[in-house]
Ligand binder design. Structure first.
Ligand code: GLC
Length: 543
């Protein structure tokens, strides 16, 4: 039999199996005592991240921004917002992190900019049909007086994704498209200046030592130039997953690859169709993308197994590593979600305020941590997950900031509840996040004293110490990086797999304890093992 030539293994890259920590700068640590997290605060806490054992940090946007969407409304892609510090601070942060072995990933927001960006100000000041407006999607309205939006699209944040402008003489003018908030006008990716601008922005951050970029809303940037009404039967979609995107990311890949230490492109690609999703990960496109399928699945063995199988099956042919994500700054915190009757995450049905059992949620989140850290590929860890923070569901309404909440007319709780500042120390707010007499930008709840970094460091059984031990073992165990993944036979409701020859992971999602396999030596467990059994809602690593 003729042997098929084997595909050349790609040059190994750090992004293929790294543990990457997500820092939401406003809420990580406040260095200057104004109640908002900043780069000085992050620099002070880099030793914490090195000790935790993460290999890279993805920073949510730190650019100058009016903060209409937590910084995803960027007014200048080549600077740092004064609330966070300066460009020089960012450069120091990047190099100090690298000295500790931690790479930096910056967030690039190509779909839209801020309405305070000079390009958009110029567009508003210029007349219809002007070159300044061509960088965006300006259109006359429908209806006798142009009083209706140009098409029937719906904003990703709910409501109409069009805002009508006012001409200099005070009369209503054209409309502009914004798939997100009004303050986030969408760019026209058919415009060569838009393409050139972002290629330059990539080089700007790569030249400053960024090891990669996280690409915001990566599947939305290009639009059908006719901006037709959305028709559920229409294929292709007028603004999701359009073919032209692949050409853009190929050009970005050439830039990333032009560096001696190639930079990584990480896509935020929300697509229900996994086969469409992996097309972005072909060898000359993005390096990796967040695995939202895994993140949104229920705490259920069949569900998780199906997601793992689909993920691995679809990534293998394109040679891209899988990623494993449990949470981020847009979704309900894991402990709260896993403590509910319905453990899925769904933007359309957030189950806000439905009962949750925090002890059960924490138990499952601990098991999920060991599961995701044992799977082949890269892992993303959102700040506070290593502390087992719950979603804060009772923020005072007058403190909420998220446009998702406001645009839903208040029916969607928004995403502030997973963005509450981290508790570092002490027994009451601000828990060492900022100066003692300062109220953080989002209030922290009472009762977090056992969740602080300080308290958890001292407790060998804490979530923090579980993550620390797991990340250490992950770094020192070759099988966890390179070992072949294979399922082992297991009882219903139990996930059991092997990495290489001598590492195993067992996760019990059934309703009764299960015996540990013969010969396996427990290396780390998410709950106490009694009588040679793995309790319910627990995971163990075996060597
Ligand atoms: C992405 C970000 C989210 C932001 C949106 C618009 O989904 O993760 O936080 O609101 O894009 O930029």
């Amino acid at each position: 039999m003729v042997q098929q030539p084997q595909p050349q293994p790609q040059r190994p890259g750090w992004w293929r199996d790294a543990a990457i920590y997500q820092v939401y700068p406003r809420s990580f640590a406040d260095g200057n005592g104004d109640g908002v997290g900043d780069l000085a605060g992050i620099r002070n806490r880099l030793p914490y991240l090195a000790d935790l054992g993460v290999e890279a940090i993805w920073f949510n946007p730190w650019y100058p921004s009016p903060m209409a969407d937590g910084g995803y409304d960027v007014a200048d892609y080549r600077d740092v917002d004064p609330v966070f510090g300066t460009l020089a601070d960012a450069e120091k942060l990047i190099s100090e992190a690298l000295d500790l072995g931690i790479r930096t990933i910056v967030d690039i927001v190509p779909n839209h900019i801020s309405d305070a960006h000079p390009w958009f100000r110029a567009a508003l000041a210029a007349p219809p049909g002007s070159p300044e407006r061509e960088r965006f999607h300006f259109r006359p309205g429908r209806g006798a007086d142009g009083e209706l939006p140009p098409n029937n699209w719906v904003s990703e944040f709910g409501g109409v994704p069009w805002t009508r402008t006012t001409d200099p003489d005070g009369t209503p003018g054209e409309w502009y498209l914004h798939l997100f908030a009004t303050q986030q006008p969408d760019l026209n990716w058919d415009h060569p200046e838009v393409r050139a601008e972002f290629e330059d922005v990539l080089r700007f951050w790569f030249d400053r030592g960024a090891a990669g970029v996280r690409i915001d809303s990566a599947a939305l940037c290009t639009k059908d130039p006719a901006l037709p009404d959305f028709d559920p039967a229409s294929d292709p979609h007028p603004f999701v997953d359009r073919e032209e995107l692949h050409g853009i990311y190929r050009s970005w890949r050439r830039i990333a690859d032009s560096y001696p230490d190639p930079r990584a492109l990480i896509g935020e690609v929300w697509l229900p169709d996994a086969e469409r999703f992996v097309r972005y990960l072909r060898p000359d496109e993005l390096h990796t993308a967040f695995n939202f399928d895994f993140m949104t699945r229920a705490w259920d063995a069949d569900q998780l197994r199906a997601s793992i199988d689909t993920t691995l099956d679809l990534h293998a042919p394109v040679g891209a590593p899988a990623t494993w994500v449990l949470a981020n700054h847009d979704v309900t915190r894991t402990v709260t979600r896993y403590g509910r009757a319905d453990t899925r995450f769904d933007f359309a049905a957030k189950a806000f305020g439905t009962p949750t059992d925090p002890a059960l949620g924490l138990r499952r989140a601990r098991a999920a941590a060991l599961l995701s850290l044992a799977l082949p590929g890269a892992v993303y860890l959102y700040q506070g997950e290593e502390l087992g923070l719950p979603e804060v569901e009772d923020l005072p309404l007058d403190r909420l900031q998220d446009p998702m909440h406001f645009r839903s007319g208040g029916t969607d709780p928004g995403r502030d509840g997973c963005r509450v500042p981290l508790p570092w120390s002490g027994t009451a707010p601000p828990y060492g996040f900022t100066r003692q007499d300062v109220d953080p930008w989002l209030p922290q709840p009472a009762g977090w004293e056992a969740l602080t970094v300080e308290a958890q460091r001292a407790d060998p059984g804490s979530m923090l110490n579980l993550y620390r031990s797991a990340l250490r073992l992950r770094r020192s165990t070759a099988a966890l990086r390179e070992g072949r993944f294979s399922w082992l036979e297991s009882a219903p409701g139990v996930l059991s797999f092997r990495r290489g020859e001598d590492f195993g992971c067992l996760v019990n999602l059934s309703d009764a304890p299960v015996p540990l396999p013969e010969g396996g030596r427990p290396l780390l467990a998410s709950a106490e093992l009694t009588g040679g059994r793995l309790p319910v809602d627990a995971a163990v690593w075996l060597g």
